[in-house]
Design a protein around this ligand. Sequence first.
Ligand code: PRP
Length: 186
Amino acid sequence: MDQNNALYHDLERILVTREEIAQKVRELGQKIADDYAGKNPVMICILKGACVFFTDLIRETPLPLTTDFMAISSYGSATKTSGVVRILKDLDHSIAGKDVLVIEDIVDSGITLSFLRDNLKSRGAASLRIATLLDKPEQRKVPLHVDYCGFIIPDAFVVGYGLDYDERYRNLPDIGILDPSVYSGK
Ligand code: PRP
């Protein structure tokens, strides 16, 4: 832990270290490169949480890939997904006929990605796969198949490496469990 970084004082503990993340991102990038050999997939970053994972992952994926970005919002409290999904920023380019790989930071209830999968499928992608750094299967409310997963994690509120609480902590290099005192009473 970086004792000079006051953000760490709000953590109960570190769950995944930056070294473990970096190793996993390398493995995922190589696996994706192997699976998509000979193809030019478009990798779609789901803002904002996935931005850190995405920028690391594409640099570990030696393919002639392209990138695009979408922003999604789920209404609800700061720590729980409500089930209502809205597109805040759509893709810049058509995905018709493309091999699409959606990059997320975390799958929780599965509602966001289930919506996205159906939405993107309807645009005529040649193939559609999902990669997530973190998966919380205990929280699943709708069935969702994840093709590439970094870490399966317990049902705890995690922040860092792109994941936020109230828009903060995205810049923590490690992934930690937020101390409940930070959000209790909200
Ligand atoms: C997070 C995450 C996923 C979604 C997963 O996004 O990035 O998009 O929640 O939850 P679900 O499986 O229950 O639908 P969030 O709404 O926190 O927005 P952000 O990425 O901008 O932080």
